[in-house]
Every structure is written in C-alpha cells, then in structure tokens.
Design a protein around this ligand. Structure first.
Ligand code: 13P
Length: 285
C-alpha cells in the first residue's frame, strides 16, 4: 500500500502520531520538513581565550539543561578551544563543530587542519566556505565543495556557507550568485544526513543589516528548489540556515520564514542572553 502523503501539519499528526515525522513531505506546502528541528549554530569565529570560552560553554550547557529549547544547538569555537569546549559540553544537548577543514586528509599543509582532526576533537560538524574564508583565503566554490567532501569522508556534517556581496545584491544578481555558489559548492554525495547549507549575505555579516523577510524567503525558496532538483524529495530534508546579524530582536521573525531551518549566528553567539533568546525563538516542529 502506498504511504499517503500528508498535506498539512494536522494530517501529519493524524498519519504519523508516534514519530510526528512523515516520510515524504513538501516544504513548499507547509514551509518546513515535518519533524526537522531547527538548528542554531554559534560561530565564535576568532574570539576568546580558554577561561572565558569555557565559562561561556558552561553557561550554554546550563541554559540547554534548564530550558531544553525546541531546536538543535551547535557551537563552533576557534580551533584552539574545540577540544576543551567539546569536553565541557560532553553529554549535553549542545554539539561542537569546527570552523574550517582542509580538502585533503593529511599531508604537507602547514597550519591547516584535516577534517578527521576536527572529528578527533569531538566534533560532529564543520563549517566550510564561510565568506570570511572565501575573502581572506581565496576559497572558491570548487574548493569549498572539496572541503565539504573531505568533511564527509571524516564522518562530519558539513555546513556549506554562501551568500552574495552588497554590490551583487545592488546589481539585482543575488539569486544568480547564490544559485551559482550552491551548484559550485555542493559536495558530491551531499544529502540531508551530511550537508547543511547556510545563506549568509556578506553585507549582512556583523553589520546589523539584514535582508527583508521577502528577500530571505526568496533565496531560501530558490535554494530548496535547486536542492530538490538535485536530490528529489530528499532535498526537502536538507537544513537551510540563515546567517547575518541574527540577534534577539529579529530571530523570531527570521526563524518563521518558510525554508529557514535554523540560524548561523556570529556576534550574538558570544553572549548567553542573546544566544538563549535566539534559541527560544525557534519554531517547534
Ligand atoms: P554575525 O551574526 O555577527 O552577523 O555573523 C554572522 C556569521 O558570519 C556567522 O557565521
């Protein structure tokens, strides 16, 4: 017998009362994949020494244990602190990730870190292709895709970042640029089980400026369409994050946008009050 496909959240509750999770569903109809929790990622970037970072990790842990927010939580500390933070958060609901990895598994790459090394420190995720790396280290789409593939080889979930510059948006090219970056950076074998995509418009990072709700919805809808074209119905289950000046004041509005399955947070992830407020703004699914 064919499994009936639910058409809205009430039918999902009736058809799949135990798991609340439907095997096939359309984000386009209800705005999200049933059962997929939103993911809030704190990218600590190049901030913090050991003492303050461990103090922050223990505040995050206390928050997660006390409030059990309705989303998945991840923090990505600087490489020097990943192991200590992973130990501090071990057994908690907060996962730990790296901020970058190399395309190769090992070798003569002074100063670089292989994906397996990131995993060895206790990480399950790694960010690749952040615009600060694309800008400062000349990383192009091909390299970003290769990094994501390297992450997969090491058993890590790759968070692939992309987003247009201010000039590209002003020229009306945001959608064209994002589509090209997604196609160019998408890793071979990418799937909902190993890949998250983060849309971070460069001009919104650290500026306090964000795209409008309609602009975010348009880009996320486009990314969903492209991923579904590639993966078929599995593409509905790939998490798409928004990043760029997410904070307590705009998180609820952004996290309610269809096809926004979480947020990648920079500055506001350095303060427990802000990170907690963003996590509390998640949509329970
Ligand atoms: P801000 O939240 O500080 O704008 O940074 C966003 C970001 O780059 C997260 O990766």
């Amino acid at each position: 017998m064919a499994i009936p496909e639910p058409r809205n959240r009430y039918q999902i509750m009736i058809l799949y009362p135990i798991t609340g999770f439907a095997p096939v569903a359309r984000n386009s109809e209800i705005g999200y994949y049933p059962g997929m929790r939103q993911l809030i990622v704190g990218n600590w970037k190049m901030n913090g020494l050991k003492a303050e970072s461990l103090a922050r990790a223990s505040e995050f842990r206390a928050f997660a244990e006390a409030e059990k927010p309705a989303c998945d939580l991840l923090v990505c500390p600087p490489a020097t602190l990943v192991e200590a933070v992973a130990k501090a958060l071990a057994g908690s609901a907060i996962a730990v990730g790296g901020q970058d990895c190399h395309t190769e598994d090992k070798g003569a790459f002074t100063g670089d870190i292989a994906a397996a090394m990131v995993g060895d420190l206790g990480c399950r995720y790694v960010i690749v292709g952040h615009s600060e790396r694309r800008r400062d280290h000349g990383e192009n789409d091909t390299r970003v895709g290769a990094k994501a593939t390297a992450a997969h080889r090491a058993g890590l979930m790759a968070i692939v970042c992309l987003g247009e510059s201010a000039a590209e948006r002003d020229a009306g090219r945001a959608e064209t640029v994002v589509a090209a970056q997604l196609e160019g950076s998408w890793p071979q074998g990418g799937s909902p089980a190993n890949t998250v995509v983060a849309y971070e418009p460069v001009w919104a990072i650290g500026t306090g400026r964000t795209p409008t709700v309609a602009e975010i919805a348009a880009i996320h809808g486009l990314m969903r369409t492209l991923i579904v074209a590639r993966l078929g119905s599995d593409g509905h289950a790939v998490r798409l994050l928004y990043g760029g000046s997410v904070g307590p004041r705009n998180a609820a509005e952004i996290l309610a946008i269809p096809n926004v399955d979480g947020a990648l947070v920079g500055g506001a992830s350095l303060k427990i009050e802000d990170f907690a407020a963003i996590a509390r703004s998640c949509q329970a699914r």
